[in-house]
Design a protein around this ligand. Structure first.
Ligand code: SF4
Length: 214
């Protein structure tokens, strides 16, 4: 069986218009024998400049987490649902835009080829676009009244950390990522031990990015 699509393959793709403004195509990376495949949405600013997937701030953090979980990166195949960067220029910055369904549909042949050639035992999709791309269909999210009433929207992750310091370090990276990709972000990260459910640390950042304590 042949290798997964190469950088050259996706670089020369003209199935949709995203190649026109992107620096280059970003093909998947990893062994064709990988048992785990991680599928993201699309290359970000750094990935677009470097031509490699998962090398921006979020990707680096994810690589770190995968390795700390004891999974060797050589056994992981990294790719995106869409292979060219979709963005909106704003001054000198390039602001990420969520790919449209027609971009995901146009790019689906590359993802299918990767799935067929790598044939991973486990596929982890990172976000709704990647999930929809892997399943080959659109996922609809219905807005509730919470968008009007401005209630708090949150989520949680359960992670095993060796110490409070390590948990705080991850918390800071997590908040920094939000500010890098969403400069006007305002939110909180609360860290709790699982056993007694008491908060052990609170880290907040305001619009200016000031750290208001732990
Ligand atoms: S985003 Fe996908 S379909 Fe569109 S040009 Fe790039 S590789 Fe081709």
């Amino acid at each position: 069986m042949s290798d997964p699509p190469s950088k050259d393959d996706v670089d020369h793709c003209r199935r949709c218009e995203l190649w026109e403004r992107a620096t280059q195509g970003v093909a998947g990376e990893g062994s064709s024998k990988a048992r785990l495949m991680l599928v993201g949405e699309q290359p970000g600013d750094e990935e677009d400049r470097e031509g490699r997937p998962f090398v921006g701030p979020a990707g680096r953090l994810l690589r770190e987490i995968v390795e700390e979980a004891g999974i060797a990166m050589r056994s992981v195949y990294l790719t995106n649902a869409v292979k060219h960067f979709f963005f909106e220029p704003r001054g000198k910055r390039r602001i990420h835009k969520t790919p449209l369904q027609r971009h995901v549909a146009a790019c689906h042949a590359w993802l299918e080829a990767e799935l067929a050639r790598v044939h991973p035992a486990v596929i982890v999709t990172l976000g709704a676009t990647a999930l929809a791309a892997v399943h080959g269909r659109k996922i609809t999210i219905t807005d509730g009244p919470f968008t009007e009433t401005k209630e708090i929207v949150g989520g949680y992750a359960l992670m095993e950390m060796k110490s409070k310091e390590e948990a705080l370090d991850y918390g800071r990276k997590f908040m920094d990522l939000h500010l890098q990709h969403w400069p006007e972000f305002e939110g909180e990260c609360e860290i709790r031990p699982v056993e007694d459910q008491q908060p052990v640390a609170m880290q907040t950042r305001n619009v200016e990015g000031a750290d208001t304590g732990t």
